[in-house]
Design a protein around this ligand. Structure first.
Ligand SMILES: [Cu+2]
Length: 115
């Protein structure tokens, strides 16, 4: 049953992704050792989401933007946290626990494609 639920949820997720005009979900791995954020620099479209996954192996990490508008709180090992970007711009972020862990997300407006 649990397996079925998982499939059902991912089906729902796929439907939602299709209906909201191909918003994508990007993944950034967080690790205790370099490269810390992988990829450290991400270019996405407006409306896309980024999932930060903590691959540890030991430390919790916190995603916070320099302007402090985006804050994940502690993301423990093997947990993840996601944010959907609804404003374009360049977001510089770091780990609030380890200031040397840094990354950027560049959010660009999608150019309307002619079909
Ligand atoms: Cu950290």
């Amino acid at each position: 049953m649990r397996h079925f639920n998982k499939i059902f949820v991912s089906l729902l997720g796929a439907l939602v992704a299709v209906s909201t005009s191909k918003a994508e979900v990007w993944t950034v791995q967080m690790t205790d050792k370099p490269p810390y954020f992988q990829p450290a620099h991400l270019k996405i479209n407006l409306g896309d989401s980024v999932v930060w996954k903590n691959s540890g192996p030991e430390l919790p990490h916190i995603v916070i933007t320099e302007d402090q508008t985006i804050y994940s709180d502690d993301v423990s090992v093997h947990s993840e946290w996601s944010h959907t970007f609804s404003h374009s711009g360049i977001y510089s972020y770091l780990c609030f626990r380890h200031f040397f862990m840094r990354g950027t997300v560049e959010v660009t407006k999608v150019h309307s494609e002619k079909l």
